[in-house]
Design a protein around this ligand. Structure first.
Ligand SMILES: NC(=O)C1=CN([C@@H]2O[C@H](COP(=O)(O)OP(=O)(O)OC[C@H]3O[C@@H](n4cnc5c(N)ncnc54)[C@H](O)[C@@H]3O)[C@@H](O)[C@H]2O)C=CC1
Length: 399
């Protein structure tokens, strides 16, 4: 019942989400304050979470996912009253969007399911509070290193210990863009001095990345919420592995390599570092340091040819991957733009890597041009942004 009604509602997702938030804010005006000014990314997230629940109904991991989601929702100050209000607005939105597919049985199934989801999320939140975990961590910016026009490496010092695993990401909020939270991968294994590193690429129109790259500086305080993410799997000692990253996807791979350099310096594997142009290989210095410490790691840098579109680098990467062998024996760790992850994971499966050996985060799509056009018609409808080529802008400089 849940799946069949969701299939109808999903086809009218845009309509359902608009109805949902209008209903929620009309009936609970005070709740508007809890959400960011720009609701567009929020709208996508609601359906992403619902889709996850509906597609994982029988999965044993669902309860844990919801417990984590509830734990993470403490940063939104989500109270039991908010959960109840969301439940009744969701019900109204679904009834509206499902049309003839809505029935008394459907309503009963959805309200029972939602009750169950809310209970598991609230239990996750309570458990974290009982364990003394803060709803968020305040972290001071201690260094802001800018690479060229649109990339920054931030060093943060959380005011309380911030436990995490290498490869995880963290949700970040800044008072410059109230109530907006965006995830960034932590770019190192836990450090003795407790500082953290984030790599931020400014996305055109992205409010948070613009604030972090252009406006934030040392002395400013950011908020961090519970770490999470899908790059926490580990290869057994002695096992083969391949790391593939694009752009600031270098961040989590750097954390994984930092951990491996400490725990397994004899590891055997390959690393592919992809960037839109040579000047965008901002992590090259670190890569070379890892190459010195990890004898068994082969490193390949791949960029687009000068003057070519940035995703030519992906095509070049796929050619290199096809030229490599033994894919069935490798664990693969992938990080980069959402379209990149999908495309590379598909090719890896063709080459013989088992899907459960391909590890990556599930990223929400960002911006307008996140899906690479496949046909001439798609290219015409969604042309890529112009390539602004400015090599000299990429030299690192301290603020
Ligand atoms: N844990 C993870 O998976 C992480 C993911 N990211 C994501 O990586 C991106 C980083 O952005 P930038 O550094 O500006 O990278 P970028 O926009 O410079 O892209 C780097 C390379 O990725 C490939 N690429 C980009 N979009 C693609 C698409 N739609 N299809 C196929 N290939 C594509 C191209 O080869 C490009 O040269 C962000 O979207 C961010 O969300 C960043 C950090 C960690």
């Amino acid at each position: 019942m849940l799946r069949s009604t969701f299939a109808v509602v999903e086809r009218r997702a845009e309509h359902a989400v608009t109805f949902f938030y209008s209903h929620l804010f009309w009936n609970n005006p005070a709740m508007r304050e809890l959400f960011p000014e720009d609701m567009q990314p929020q709208r996508d997230r609601l359906f992403a979470a619902l889709t996850h629940v509906v597609t994982h109904l029988e999965s044993p991991g669902l309860a844990e996912y919801l417990g984590q989601l509830g734990r993470d929702h403490r940063k939104f100050l989500a109270s039991p009253a908010l959960y109840a209000a969301v439940g009744s607005s969701l019900n109204a939105a679904f009834a509206h969007a499902a049309g003839a597919a809505w029935s008394l049985e459907a309503e009963k199934a959805w309200s029972e399911a939602y009750g169950h989801v809310a209970d598991l999320m609230l239990a996750g939140a309570r458990e974290a509070a009982r364990a003394g975990e803060p709803a968020w961590w305040d972290a001071d910016v201690v260094r802001h290193l800018r690479y060229g026009e649109d990339l920054a490496v931030l060093t943060l010092r959380p005011r309380q210990p911030f436990p995490f695993l290498p490869g995880q990401y963290v949700s970040v909020s800044s008072l410059r863009v109230p109530r907006v939270w965006r995830t960034y991968s932590l770019a190192d294994a836990p450090r003795p001095d407790g500082t953290l590193e984030l790599h931020v690429s400014r996305i055109p129109g992205g409010v948070m990345s613009t604030a972090l790259v252009d406006e934030t500086g040392p002395g400013e305080t950011l908020r961090l919420s519970v770490p999470g993410g899908g790059l926490t799997a580990r290869t057994e000692p002695g096992g083969l592995r391949t790391y593939i990253c694009a752009g600031t996807g270098w961040a989590p791979v750097r954390a994984l390599l930092a951990e491996a350099a400490e725990t397994e310096p004899e590891l055997k594997g390959r690393l592919f570092v992809v960037a839109r142009a040579k000047e965008y290989l901002y992590g090259r210095h670190d890569v070379e340091r890892f190459r010195e410490r990890l004898d068994g790691l082969s490193v390949t840098y791949i960029t687009s040819a000068p003057g070519h579109r940035k995703d030519q680098a992906t095509e070049r990467l796929l050619q290199s991957l096809r030229a490599c062998v033994h894919w069935a024996a490798h664990d693969v760790y992938l990080a980069g733009p959402p379209g990149f992850l999908t495309e590379v994971a598909e090719v890896l499966e063709e080459l013989g890597t088992a899907p459960d050996r391909i590890h990556h985060d599930t990223l929400p799509p960002v911006g307008r041009f996140t899906v690479r056009p496949n046909t001439a018609a798609e290219r015409l409808l969604g042309p890529p942004p112009p390539l602004w080529h400015n090599p000299s802008a990429r030299a690192p400089r301290e603020p």
